[in-house]
Ligand binder design. Sequence first.
Ligand code: SAH
Length: 231
Amino acid sequence: MKSLISLALCLGVLKGLWGQPDFPQLRQRMVREQLQSRDIVEGSVLRALRKVPRHLFVPEKYRAEAYSDTPLPIGEGQTISQPYMVAFMTQALRLKGSDKVLEIGTGSSYQAAVLAELVDSVYTIEIVEPLGEAAAKRLQALGYENIQVRIGDGYHGWPRQAPFDAIIVTAGAEALPQPLVDQLAEGGRMVIPVGPHQGVRDLVLLRKKRNGKLVRESLMPVRFVPFTREN
Ligand code: SAH
């Protein structure tokens, strides 16, 4: 019996050495070393990042790096954000389960999947068609049923589903898109990188108070791929 156990252990170790990396373990370590060690404290956000298999959202050749502290290319000149940035922006939205959330910039759909672990319904818009199509397929394959993907210019938001309790923009805009501000519910929160084209932008948290008044707060300097517009 003992030798059977050691054989099984040996095989396990060998598989670990020559097979694919131990993704679940790498993911737990990512949460500890990149999120908890910084300022991500919200239990539900940490749980979501412990759960969503980030390696399945990046191109195969980058899988081994999926849990490193960095953005990665996802094709079409776009990137999946650094895990910490995903967690930070998600935490800033102060979500509750019944919230309806709009994301602009689906990309790999990793951020959308993280949101879908936290709230009932997620709407996400991607301007680059092949990315949007791949994202919709991926989310379906992974069994996410509470995310709707649309291909188009997110500047206009999703008027038929508005208002939204939270809006997250994962591309850097030069200014706040007015339609998104209009589609934010009273009491709603929006996070968006804003600033001049190229270079460092300001990660802005915008809150719409019950009386409709807007409160703008600057969270940190960030770099994001640009928010583009349909011609
Ligand atoms: N949230 C993504 C990160 C994607 S990078 C993830 O988790 O992987 C930003 C994405 O925003 C890119 O895919 C880019 O094509 C998209 N984008 C840029 N401008 C846009 C716009 N006006 N409407 C919708 N998507 C846009």
